[in-house]
Design a protein around this ligand. Structure first.
Ligand code: GLY
Length: 366
């Protein structure tokens, strides 16, 4: 028996792929699909959000982004749910001259890695996105990036996992005997025996292990537009602050997101909303006309190097699929395939090997 702790896009994706391989799986989650996956905007932007020194993450992100068309098509065929995958590219735009200087450097860095990326003037940005403010200085188009609707991904994965038992309880402890995972102790005191346990509990993974995973709070706003407001996921740099807007075909416009080190403080704050709306309005003055529908906050599972923690651990039978930080939705297809392979007795794919927990072990024990 395999127990997967956590039923967000990561846990559900692994459960689906593992059960396709004929493996017996049980999910443990007090409220499946209600954590960070439910709040996420769904940008698939490994190129648009590339950071210096994160070339390994880039390869992982591109690998997973490129799995999305087949992942989405397979889920649609199986469940009838269209997950809203779009591949219109990612636009990054600059509000002022300093923001543009930063984007020019980012464009050079992307080009130096052989990535498809185009430096655009302000006018070219507005031709792509006519609702942009006339003052926008320029931008970068990463044409291979895209987006997906995470709530639809959750709906599709939940339907795909319909035959898999779900224990609606919090996991209290991962049980280990003689260096081997034996199961999970539930909050009601009962034990769920297992020969393999997957920790996919997002921000709560740190409390169930000694992994350095912490919650990084994000507040996010949803608006509704009666007319097409934006064509593609657009990231804005406004006087050094970064934010993004993600449109959906049904008129939803998602504006995100704050990044706050507040522990598990899930309050929505006036300041968080103000910062997001202030920067959104600087780039797209028309946002103030749109209907407000929702504001939510959730917790990204952050790791010390902003990268996920994937695959086997020092405890036999205990696997990790956590620490995805800002990229859980992007990395869901790859994580699902990779973990299902390992659960079935295979190896982690080469692209995921730099991301095991061993990188956090003291040097002398590696
Ligand atoms: N993936 C975007 C965010 O975490 O805000």
């Amino acid at each position: 028996m395999i127990v997967i702790i956590g039923a967000g896009v990561i846990g559900l994706g692994i459960a689906w792929r593992a059960s396709q391989r004929g493996l017996p799986v049980t999910l443990v989650d007090p409220a499946p699909g209600s954590g960070a996956s439910h709040v996420a905007a769904g940008m698939l932007t490994p190129v648009g959000e590339l950071q210096y020194g994160e070339e390994d993450h880039l390869r992982l992100g591109i690998d997973s982004r490129d799995r999305y068309p087949a992942f989405a098509a397979e889920l649609a065929e199986l469940t009838g749910v269209d997950v809203g995958h779009r591949a219109e590219g990612n636009l990054s735009v600059a509000y002022d001259g300093d923001d543009l200087a930063f984007l020019r450097e980012q464009h050079e860095f992307q080009s130096s890695l052989g990535l498809r990326t185009e430096l655009l003037t302000g006018r070219e940005c507005r031709r792509l996105e006519p609702m942009l403010a006339p003052s926008v200085r320029g931008g970068i188009l990463a044409p291979d990036d895209g987006s997906v609707d995470p709530r639809k991904v959750l709906r599709a994965l939940t339907a795909a996992c319909a035959g898999i038992p779900v224990v609606r309880q919090r996991a209290r402890e991962i049980l280990v005997e003689d260096g081997r995972a034996k199961g999970v102790l539930l909050e009601d005191g009962q034990t769920l025996g297992a020969d393999q346990v997957v920790l996919a509990a997002g921000s709560w993974s740190g409390g169930l292990s000694d992994l350095p995973v912490r919650p990084v709070k994000g507040q996010i706003i949803r608006l509704r537009s009666p007319y097409p407001f934006l064509t593609r996921a657009t990231r804005g740099l406004v006087q050094g602050f970064s934010m993004y807007l993600v449109p959906r075909p049904d008129g939803e416009l998602v504006i995100g997101a704050t990044q706050e080190e507040m522990g598990f403080d899930g309050r929505v704050t006036a300041g968080g909303l103000w910062e997001l709306l202030r920067d959104a309005r600087a780039l797209f003055p028309g946002v103030t006309e749109l209907e407000f529908t929702e504001v939510t906050a959730s917790f990204r599972p952050g790791s010390p190097d902003n990268a996920p923690i994937l695959g086997p651990s020092a405890v036999r039978g205990l696997l990790y699929a956590t620490g995805h930080y800002r990229n859980g939705v992007l990395l869901a297809p790859l994580t699902a395939d990779a973990l299902a392979d390992v659960l079935a007795g295979g190896d982690l794919p080469e692209v995921a090997r730099p991301f095991t927990a061993a990188r956090f072990a003291p040097l002398e024990s590696r």
